[in-house]
Design a protein around this ligand. Structure first.
Ligand code: FES
Length: 179
């Protein structure tokens, strides 16, 4: 079943929100990634067709945002922030710890398909670095002990009480009329 067939109703609902079709690009990519864990090339082509874009226009968007994956990732996707504020407080050290504990470097997945490591740009938790996002959860002010505990928790229960909450987009303030 194609992406378009599988999510026909959700796609129709998403498209109905936007007077300009191409504005639905990010929400549709989100649905694709939720389904597959990454955005496959064939899905990009379907989305391009749906939105009357060219496949390269869709590809450019997928590759611009580090939250979209171009290939399958492990069950737990570790995304270490490497932007300036986190770099100053040790993001390279966190990456080295992950390498020492899991034997992977950025872009790699463990042989058991449990963990993938990526480096990403600022995740808007600059005051509590070094930090990382694993799937939808943030882990901040990382230490080696904390990382050990997080990896162990994820292996044993699939979650960790050390998470500082799932990432949430801020609510948009209502627009003032005439503003
Ligand atoms: S620099 Fe790492 S969250 Fe902003």
């Amino acid at each position: 079943m194609t992406f378009t067939e599988k999510y026909k109703d959700e796609i129709t609902e998403i498209l109905s929100r936007y007077p300009v079709k191409r504005s639905a690009l990010i929400p549709l990519l989100y649905v694709a990634q939720r389904d597959q864990g990454y955005v496959a090339e064939s899905t990009m082509q379907e989305i391009a067709h749906l939105l009357r874009l060219t496949p390269p226009q869709v590809y450019e968007t997928v590759t611009f945002y580090t939250m979209f994956n171009l290939k399958p990732v492990g069950k737990f996707h570790i995304q270490v922030c490497k932007s300036l504020m986190c770099a100053l407080v040790g993001s390279d050290t966190v990456i080295a710890w992950v390498h020492a504990k899991l034997g992977i470097v950025p872009g790699e997945t463990t042989a058991d398909r449990l963990f993938t490591l990526s480096v990403v740009e600022c995740l808007a938790a600059c005051g509590t670095g070094p930090m990382m996002q694993i799937n939808d959860d943030y882990y901040e002010q990382l230490t080696e002990d904390k990382l050990d505990r997080i990896l162990s928790d994820l292996r044993s229960t699939g979650t960790s009480p050390l998470k500082t909450g799932p990432f949430m987009w801020p609510e948009s303030a209502p627009l003032e009329r005439g503003a």
